[in-house]
Ligand binder design. Structure first.
Ligand code: FES
Length: 126
């Protein structure tokens, strides 16, 4: 039996926001594991960032973002709800898999993103 303590992840993650052309907008620190939409809502409340959102429940599809994970070589795993909302809004094809490539072109909904690693987040222009 091992007596080694399980490895703890980082307590915070670094989030960098950019517009869709890659122009930096804002850098922020967030608690690891927090939902991206909650971080965005707080930054918006502080007047530091603008991202359209409505439901904060993952169903309306308004909070579209694109991401690059720092150092991720892993595929992204969408939930069925996120996939279905993205398909309904035409951001993914109807036959899209739940597993997607971790690249900027892959659409995500901030309501469904957990900030478990440093992220570069591209937000839509208004
Ligand atoms: S605000 Fe509605 S899905 Fe994110």
């Amino acid at each position: 039996m091992s007596t080694a303590a399980p490895e703890a992840g980082p307590a915070t993650v670094q989030l960098r926001f950019a517009d869709h052309d890659g122009q930096p907008l804002l850098a922020a620190i967030a608690p690891a594991g927090s939902r991206l939409i909650d971080v965005v809502r707080e930054l918006a409340r502080q007047g530091r960032l603008t991202l359209q959102w409505r439901c904060a429940q993952g169903t309306c599809g308004t909070c579209l973002v694109h991401l690059e994970h720092a150092g991720s070589g892993q595929p992204l795993q969408l939930t069925p709800m996120e996939r279905n909302v993205l398909v309904r809004h035409g951001h993914l094809p109807a036959a899209a898999n739940l597993t997607q490539i971790d690249e900027k072109q892959t659409p995500r909904l901030a309501c469904h993103v957990r900030c478990s690693a440093d992220l570069l987040i591209y937000i839509q222009k208004e």
